[in-house]
Every structure is written in structure tokens, then in C-alpha cells.
Design a protein around this ligand. Structure first.
Ligand SMILES: [Zn+2]
Length: 116
């Protein structure tokens, strides 16, 4: 197993990842990054060379830019995996990880807000 701090507590509100979603991410990371075995050791942070990671309880998303405006109508859900030693953050596509299912993504009308 990849050495992740136990973050599988019950969510504190409806916007936090459930224990099942966190397990989905852990399984995905163990399959893609390494399972902590001798042949597939836990990945080390490229900044501090320590292999201690945690998963944030909420999904995050970068903001889409259209020209000089922000597009707040679309989201690109990502899982944050954080190095607990130095704070380096990795962003993983929540769809690829299986945390968000394609049918859970609803098309949003284009909403733009000026960046001023
Ligand atoms: Zn680090």
C-alpha cells in the first residue's frame, strides 16, 4: 500500500469526499503510482524526496479563462494529493481517478464574469 495518512473519516459536510470516494482514489493511486511493495515502492515527492501523501477532503477545480474573462460555468474536478512533509501538491483528474463519474458532469450554461 502507498503510505497515505488515514483521511477516511466520515465527511463533515455534503461537499467533502466520502470514505468510499477516498478509497477509490487510494486504489487508483496504488495502481498507478505504486502500491508500496518492493517492486512498486511508494512514490517520493520530487521536491523533498519523502513519500508521505494525504488526500484533501474536497475536490478542487482550476478556473477556465476565455479571453480576459473568467468562465465560472465550467468545472474540471480534481483531487488534491498533498505531500505532508513539504506541502507540494499534485492535482489528479477526478474523472480519471473514478471519483466523479462522467454522468455526474452536467453541462452548464456559459457564464462569464469580468476579471477587473
Ligand atoms: Zn514533499
Amino acid at each position: 500500500m502507498v503510505s497515505f495518512r488515514d483521511m477516511a473519516d466520515q465527511p463533515k459536510d455534503s461537499h467533502e469526499l466520502t470514505a468510499e470516494q477516498i478509497k477509490t482514489v487510494l486504489d487508483w493511486l496504488n495502481a498507478k503510482w505504486g502500491d508500496g511493495s518492493e517492486t512498486r515502492p511508494a512514490p517520493k515527492c520530487e521536491m523533498c524526496k519523502v513519500a508521505k501523501w494525504t488526500i484533501a477532503h474536497r475536490l478542487v477545480s482550476p478556473v477556465a479563462i476565455h479571453g480576459h474573462t473568467l468562465n465560472l460555468g465550467s468545472a474540471f474536478p480534481q483531487v488534491m494529493v498533498i505531500c505532508t512533509n513539504c506541502g507540494n501538491i499534485k492535482y489528479l483528474n477526478a474523472l480519471a481517478c473514478g471519483v466523479v463519474k462522467p454522468d455526474e458532469i452536467q453541462p452548464q450554461p456559459e457564464e462569464k464574469q469580468d476579471v477587473k
